[in-house]
Design a protein around this ligand. Structure first.
Ligand code: AMP
Ligand code: MG
Length: 491
């Protein structure tokens, strides 16, 4: 058996989930197994790639020790309250303890209908599964907390979506926990204070053990989630990642990026960028992500309110204090990241203004977000690199003026130009999961059964900060006819 299960969520009361098995699929076929991740969670890769292993990854066989269940939750979708959502197409097999001693969930996504499927078929299309696999693994090596992808299998079944009939697939998703803000909202909004308390105790035990010894453990827990979320969203902003559907049911209590749907990385810098075809109002545009996260955290605080103080006024005061800390926490993370991106180590008064000006020039010049910062690393080493940097801008006149100012500021640093460039290259990736590359990999797999582009892209994305001269084309932004305007949930 590939996994040694040690389950805790299944010990919670029955109202927290529905027990059920995945629905078997016609013809499971392995697409990919993540061997490095398998080793980390103490799963033997051979046990996953064997016939029995693939049956397990497809939901056709229940491994020993698994206690399959669909978790219940609620959520705010695009700001609107939905009292009951839950895993509509995912099943938690159980938990394992990794070689690092960390407990993780093993979940199958696309494994068939559950009591929470509403009108959905419980399945996932190949395209979104490949997208999640590629992007989540890329995020991980980019240093962003995220759920991971252990495996992808094709189901051999066809599912119907708006775009037409599509091949189905199942992802094995690994997370520190699949608890969401929406899990707390479910119990909170149903007036089930005992449920909220059990859930909070569970989360503290599993994810925020430091809160246990705090004077007010539940306040400390809320503070912990707020701190991790602030750090997470700062990471997103610093690499140009757009989640696409930041509903509260897609916000992890563990502070991980979760539920990759119509997500994408920004090419040309534009703060208003939106990819999701269902986000017509631009609620989840790049620039809005930090304050949407704040809004989502208020929903968590609200659900936790009965635990935050003996009297309501005390509880509200405590919640308010925690929530009010978020903007500062976000800024600390974000500003520190920005400074590193442009090579500022010492702190000076006008630093952020200088960075702000660069962003303005990038916007005006329609420059590529990722390549601007990557080529700035070269310019940190020698000004002969300025031409290549300037070529990213429609007009580089303003940039040239900015570069003078930037170098003047760098002149007051003590680090050598070589060392500065090296450090900058460790935070400014050369390779990101570009949307047009993702789409090309998906199209090849979907239309021709060709997974080579998917594998090659994964290989490139595994070393985002290295030069990889044989793969320079993957660093390039899309040509005008390659630009992907929208991404679909595929749900
Ligand atoms: P999402 O915004 O994609 O995370 O999904 C929101 C809700 O819809 C969750 O409760 C999902 O489990 C559910 N859902 C999404 N797609 C399907 C599907 N194909 N079948 C059943 N439920 C689904
Ligand atoms: Mg979701």
């Amino acid at each position: 058996m590939p996994f040694r299960f040690d389950n805790t969520y299944a010990r919670l009361p029955e109202r927290f989930y529905s027990r059920l098995d995945p629905t078997p699929v016609a013809q499971p076929r392995l697409i990919e197994v993540n061997e490095a991740l398998a080793a980390q969670i103490a799963a033997a890769p051979e046990a996953l790639t064997s016939k029995v292993g693939v049956e397990i990854l497809a939901g056709n066989r229940i491994p020993e020790g698994a206690e399959p269940l669909a978790m219940i939750y609620a959520g705010h979708q695009f700001g609107n309250w939905v009292p009951r959502l839950g895993d509509g197409r995912a099943i938690l097999l159980g938990e394992v303890i990794g070689v690092d001693g960390v407990r993780r969930d093993i979940q199958l996504k696309g494994s068939g209908p559950t009591p929470y499927s509403r009108n959905g078929d419980g399945r996932a299309a190949l395209g979104p599964i490949l997208r999640e696999y590629m992007v989540s693994e890329a995020m991980n090596v980019l240093g962003v907390p995220t759920t991971r992808s252990l495996a992808a299998v094709a189901t051999g079944e066809t599912i119907l979506r708006q775009e037409g009939p599509l091949p189905g697939a199942i992802l094995t998703r690994i997370s520190l926990s699949h608890l969401r803000v929406g899990t707390f909202e479910y119990f909170g909004n149903h007036g089930d204070v005992e449920g909220v308390r059990l859930l909070a105790d569970y989360a503290i035990q599993r994810l925020y053990s430091e809160a246990r010894i705090a004077k007010e453990p539940y306040c400390a827990f809320l503070d912990g989630v707020i701190a991790r979320t602030a750090a997470l969203i700062a990471r997103w902003q610093l690499i140009g990642f757009i989640h696409g559907v930041m509903n509260t049911d897609n916000v992890s209590i563990a502070g991980e990026t979760i539920d990759y749907g119509p997500c994408a990385f920004m090419d040309t810098y534009d703060p208003q960028t939106v990819f999701s075809s269902i986000d017509r109002g631009g609620r989840y545009a790049y620039i809005n992500q930090p304050r949407i996260a704040h809004w989502n955290l208020v929903r968590l605080a609200q659900a936790l309110l009965p635990l935050l103080g003996e009297r309501e006024d005390q509880a509200i005061k405590a919640a308010q204090a925690s929530i009010d800390a978020y903007p500062k926490l976000f800024e600390q993370n974000y500003f520190a990241g920005l400074r590193a991106k442009v090579g500022f180590e010492a702190k000076e008064e006008g630093d952020l203004q200088i960075v702000g000006e660069l962003f303005r020039h990038m916007h005006d010049g329609r420059a590529d977000f990722t390549l601007t910062f990557r080529r700035l690393c070269d310019s940190a080493e020698t000004d002969t690199a300025d031409t290549a940097l300037g070529a990213l801008f429609d007009n580089d006149a303003a940039l040239k003026v900015w570069l003078v100012k930037w170098r003047e500021r760098l002149g007051r640093e003590t680090v050598s130009p070589d060392e500065r460039a090296a450090r900058m290259r460790r935070v400014n990736p050369r390779y990101i999961p570009r949307n047009h590359r993702i789409e090309a990999a998906i199209t090849a797999a979907q239309e021709r059964g060709d997974f080579a582009p998917f594998r090659e892209l994964n290989r490139v994305l595994a070393k985002p900060f290295e030069e990889q001269p044989e793969y320079t084309a993957y660093a390039e932004p899309p040509k005008p006819d390659e630009v992907v305007q929208q991404t679909f949930c595929g749900t």
